[in-house]
Design a protein around this ligand. Sequence first.
Ligand SMILES: [Zn+2]
Length: 163
Amino acid sequence: MSYKFSSRSLSRFDGVHPDIRAVFTLALSRSPIDFTVLEGVRSVERQRKLVASGASTTMNSRHLTGHALDVAPLVNGAVSWDWPLYHKLAPVIKQAAKDLGVDLEWGGDWQSFKDGPHWQLSWKKYGKEDMVARSLPKPKPTKPTGLAAIIAAFFAIFGKGRK
Ligand SMILES: [Zn+2]
C-alpha cells in the first residue's frame, strides 16, 4: 500500500524548499511505514525557546529558512519516538533523495547531537544564496480598481488622440 500525507502534514510544507517536498512525497509513496511531518518552517522566536530549553543547539537552524523538515513514524496513527523505526525510515528517505538528486542530510547521522526526526538540505549545495522567501503568495494580476481605474480610463479616452 502507499501512504499519503494528511492535510495537516501538507500544511506543514508551507514555505519549505520544493526539493524537500519532492523527496518526502516520493519517500512516503514508497515507505513501508507511515510517517507525518512534525515541523517545517520555524520562527526565530520559537527557535530561541528551543535553544533555551536545550531541544536545539543552534540559532543557525535550517528550519528558519525552509531548508529542514522534521518527520516522525506513525504507529496506529500516533507519533513514535522509537529509534528502530527511524532507522527503518531513513534508508527510504535517503534513496528518494538520491533518486531525485537532492543533497539531503539526516540528523540521525550526526555524531554530537543525534536528531532522528530531522532532515536538512546540505549547506554545501544549498547555501546562503539559496535563502529566499518561499511562502509569500504570488501577486495576482488584477484589473485596476479605484483611482487607478479612473486614471486608466482617462488615458484610454484622452490618450488616444495623441501619437
Ligand atoms: Zn529539525
